[in-house]
Design a protein around this ligand. Structure first.
Ligand code: HT7
Ligand code: ZN
Length: 876
């Protein structure tokens, strides 16, 4: 079980300037002929052997410069090929013929079958399951690919780059040749062959070059690919306008497959997508699905520059492409939709997924220094915190220097396999700033904590703000260095507008941003005769936890008046979280729940304030999740009391404001034809959020049932079903709605995923049994990642009371599924197992049960590296 370390990186001893691949496709025995041109690197010893990566490969034949190699010239094992004595010239051609079995490949890495078609997934190390290769991101090669297959089975033959040639081979077989002129690492290789429908369009780039666009989906699903195509065209234009990036091939193809381990893959010119992130219409997809499709189509497209044209030197640099590309897709969504709403949604995601990772046993830096299994590092830290780090660079430099830095990055590193140091350097050069302390954001794990107190001295007209930073210890990193933290802020006057101050001393304060660099800063803002309210970390300028000693009246004031909508949401959420933490304590102490009247009033005011965007109101009113509250509590958590508190607050808000909420709900009723645009989606979101409140009042069950029955789109239908199933579980109305949904969508797997998820999230102890029973449902398949995530994944990470059942039955269910999956699909199994990462935060009885489940997994013989890595780090 090897550990890979950043400091062990060495450049490759050989290059592969050209790769010529021929595939003779057969489900049970595909022959891959790889003709690879090698060049020895200048500093490689002349007698150094050539060692190639493999994984479950069977070698049929090897030739060197055309001559068949004898058995003594090489060694070949399923996971390794070694050419003992490469020619002294250092330039040679190696031809390797291997046999692989796509039909038996359940890992969904390498070449596999999905829905009767062939497809590939090569990131991170899947190419070595196709042929022996230098399967590392710093070996860039120009690929020419010939695909041969039965015409009847695979009329469509796709690979990277531009189509070159195709023709008939006789005997019912045909071929196609693709050439990709852009050198690329093997992880960006892709092949798709099969029988698929297509939606075509055309895009003209900013310099007037035409690009043929194609989205390939299962026959009969073409009419659900329109939104993805529209999102693709918008992404292409946006990258030209905002980053000056133009597309570079003659074609851009997207293929949707139903068996996929992640969201999508950015293979050069041939993106492969989980069909969940391509297919949408109002009947089967929710507004969230539409938004995800828009974001992921954009994300993969943006990788063409940030990932493909400039790739990573090694997998430690993963955030170089992922953090930056997430930043780019967030900005895209913000420009397409509402900036404030997008930011709130992104921060909620960050706090829900990245914060617990950073605060638990799996914490790692944005740029990790070691790994045992790279697949386990496609994490919220690399992606989401990685994006926040890029955002902070922009905050520090300002928009103009940031753009200059990006331009320099593209100009200087086009065609490179680059590092985080390369990335930081361009911003230092264009701005003249020293970013060495800032770079700790890449190197140091853990969520920094910021503690703030403030005091106003009316006599001096001074506001004194004391800020202290600390970074908690994380696994393997006990001593932390001080960070450079850019904290955006505002001093809010009585009219809600920011007041201006005369001077600020004690820290660098520029353009509304305090730059923390020391452990403690005492900042004196002068020229302030009246005490302003302090609005801190505006826009979540830094991914930190903030403890701000603030008067409750200031929080209420900011929640109502801050000119920055993000800060209003933040202030409201803080008030709600404090109330919920207090409510959880009361519930645990079996005391009656009590809620501050001003908070209930505020919630009602936000719900009914027509001047606020509907989507903002919806997001604000969808209170912190039970998992969010548990994270805030931090330790010794009893999920049942958290659930009781949250439910209690929803009911209290509904009771206090029901008469005001119902008319707003009614006024938002679906009118006119469906549109997935942000404003329409926002209205639906608000109506569906209000339904959740109103469903707790007398007549609520009937209202929810009517909402479900009359829904004319999936967003409303799924919301109605969810409210019925969660607030009125076990009632006739809930059961009837579940049956109706199943009867209508039983043959649509993506829609059925919603049905599985809604049931998996029903709070309470009995859901474990329901989830177990549903694993035998005909629409469920333990081999399909979307099904497993929809049912078991949602249960484990979204159902606090069910998963954390005190007798450990929820943990055992997860362990059983992980054990069943771990050999078939190690990546998926490992990801599921991360649901146990916060086991030390629950109360001792549950902790013991969770530990038992982890040990049960750890005891399995032949445990895959992926799962072993997660389980051992979680237990450490
Ligand atoms: N870059 C892609 C990562 C990915 C992946 C990684 C491991 C195993 C399967 C995978 N599928 C896709 C996705 C992205 O971030 O764009
Ligand atoms: Zn990505």
């Amino acid at each position: 079980n090897r550990v890979f370390r950043l400091e062990d990186y060495r450049p490759s001893p050989f290059r592969i300037p050209e790769s010529h691949l021929t595939f003779e496709l057969e489900p049970d025995a595909t022959v891959v002929r790889a003709k690879l041109l090698f060049e020895r690197a200048d500093d490689t010893r002349a007698d150094a052997p050539l060692v190639l990566d493999g994984d479950e490969l069977e070698l049929i034949e090897a030739r060197l410069d055309g001559a068949l190699l004898g058995a003594d010239a090489f060694t070949a094992a399923p996971d390794r090929f070694e050419l003992k004595a490469p020619p002294a010239s250092g330039r040679f051609t190696l031809e390797l013929v291997t046999r692989i079995v796509p039909s038996r490949n359940t890992t969904l890495m390498g070449l596999y079958r999905s829905g009767g078609n062939y497809c590939t997934q090569c990131e991170a190390e899947g190419f070595r399951r196709i042929t022996y290769y230098l399967d590392r991101p710093d070996v860039l090669s120009v690929y020419t690919v010939r695909i041969e297959a039965k015409k009847s089975e695979a009329p469509l033959l796709l690979s990277n780059g531009n189509p070159v040639e195709n023709g008939d081979l006789g005997g019912g077989r045909h071929y196609a040749v693709w050439h990709d002129p852009f050198p690329k690492p093997s992880y960006l290789f892709a092949l798709v062959a099969g029988d698929l429908g297509v939606v075509r369009d055309r895009f003209t780039t900013m310099s007037g070059r035409p690009v043929e666009l194609g989205i390939y989906v299962e026959h009969g699903k073409e009419n659900r690919a329109g939104y993805a195509m529209d999102a693709l065209r918008r992404s292409m234009r946006w990258d030209e306008e905002v980053f000056g990036r133009e597309y570079d091939l003659d074609v851009f193809n997207i293929v949707a497959v139903s068996d996929f381990n992640m969201g999508a893959m950015e293979n050069k010119g041939l993106n492969i997508f989980n069909d969940k992130y391509v297919l949408a219409d109002e009947e089967t997809a929710t507004d969230t699905d539409f938004a995800n499709i828009e974001a992921i189509i954009a994300h993969e497209y943006f990788h063409n520059w940030t990932g493909n044209r400039i790739t990573c030197r090694d997998w430690f640099q993963l955030c170089l492409k992922e953090g930056l590309t997430v930043y780019r897709d967030h900005e895209f969504s913000a420009d397409q939709r509402s900036r404030a709403v997008e930011r709130i949604a992104d921060v909620r995601t960050l706090r829900a997924h990245q914060f617990p990772e950073d605060q638990g046993p799996l914490a790692h830096p944005v740029r990790p220094r070691r790994y045992r299994e790279i697949n386990n590092f496609y994490t919220a830290t690399v992606y989401e915190k990685g994006s926040e780090v890029v955002r902070m660079i922009r905050t520090i430099l300002g928009p103009d220097d940031f753009r200059l830095g990006m331009d320099l990055y593209f100009a200087r590193h086009d065609g490179d396999a680059a590092t985080i140091e390369d990335f930081i350097t361009v911003f230092e050069e264009v701005s003249g700033r020293d970013l060495s302390q800032f770079a700790l954001w890449y190197h140091q794990a853990g969520t920094p904590s910021i503690a703030v107190t403030s005091n106003h001295d009316p006599k001096r007209g001074e506001l004194v703000v004391e800020i202290e930073q600390s970074v908690p210890p994380t696994p393997g990193e006990t001593r932390k260095r001080l960070m450079h933290i850019p904290l955006a802020f505002g001093l809010v006057g009585t009219d809600g507008r920011d007041v201006t101050y005369r001077s600020a001393e004690g820290a660098t304060v520029e353009n509304g941003v305090i730059h923390l660099r020391k452990r403690r800063h005492v900042i004196r803002f002068s020229g302030l005769n009246e005490r302003p309210a302090l609005s801190l970390n505006r826009g979540f300028s830094a991914p930190v936890t903030l403890t701000l000693e603030q008067k409750r009246e200031d929080q209420l004031f900011l929640a109502r008046n801050d000119s920055d909508p993000f800060s209003r949401w933040q202030a409201f959420t803080k008030l709600v979280s404090d109330a919920l933490i207090d409510g959880s304590r009361r519930s645990r102490g079996q005391k009656p729940l009590e809620w501050p009247a001003d908070l209930l009033q505020l919630a009602g005011d936000i719900a009914t304030d027509g001047k606020l965007e509907a989507a903002f109101r919806a997001l604000t009113l969808s209170l912190p999740s039970e998992a969010d509250i548990a994270r805030e509590i931090g330790s010794n958590i009893d999920p049942d009391t958290v659930h009781a508190a949250r439910n209690g607050l929803v009911f209290a808000i509904a009771q206090a404001n029901g008469e005001r909420l119902a008319p707003v709900y009614d006024s938002l009723a679906d009118m006119g034809p469906f549109s997935p645009d942000a404003a329409s989606a926002g209205r639906r979101a608000l109506r569906n959020t209000l339904l959740d409140y109103l469903a707790t009042l007398p007549g609520g069950k009937e209202r929810a049932a009517a909402h479900f029955t009359s829904a004319s789109n999936m967003t409303d239908r799924a919301a109605g079903l969810s409210v019925l199933a969660h607030r009125h579980s076990g009632t006739e109305q809930a059961e009837q709605a579940l049956e109706a949904f199943e009867a209508r969508f039983g043959d649509n797997p993506l829609a059925m995923d919603k049905w599985f998820t809604i049931q998996a999230m029903v709070p309470g102890a009995s859901t474990v049994d329901r989830v177990r029973a549903l694993t035998a449902h005909p629409a469920y398949s333990g081999n399909n990642p979307n099904r497993v995530r929809a049912l078991v994944g949602s249960f484990a990470s979204g159902n606090q009371t069910g998963f954390h059942r005190p007798d450990g039955a929820g943990y055992r269910l997860l362990a059983d599924v992980v054990i069943d999956l771990q050999q078939k699909n190690p990546q998926l199994a490992a990801r599921l197992a991360t649901a146990l990462r916060s086991w030390r935060s629950v109360e001792p009885q549950r902790q013991a049960k969770a530990r038992e489940a982890l040990l049960h997994i750890a005891a399995v013989e032949n445990l895959s590296t992926d799962v072993r890595d997660i389980v051992e780090r979680t237990l450490a």
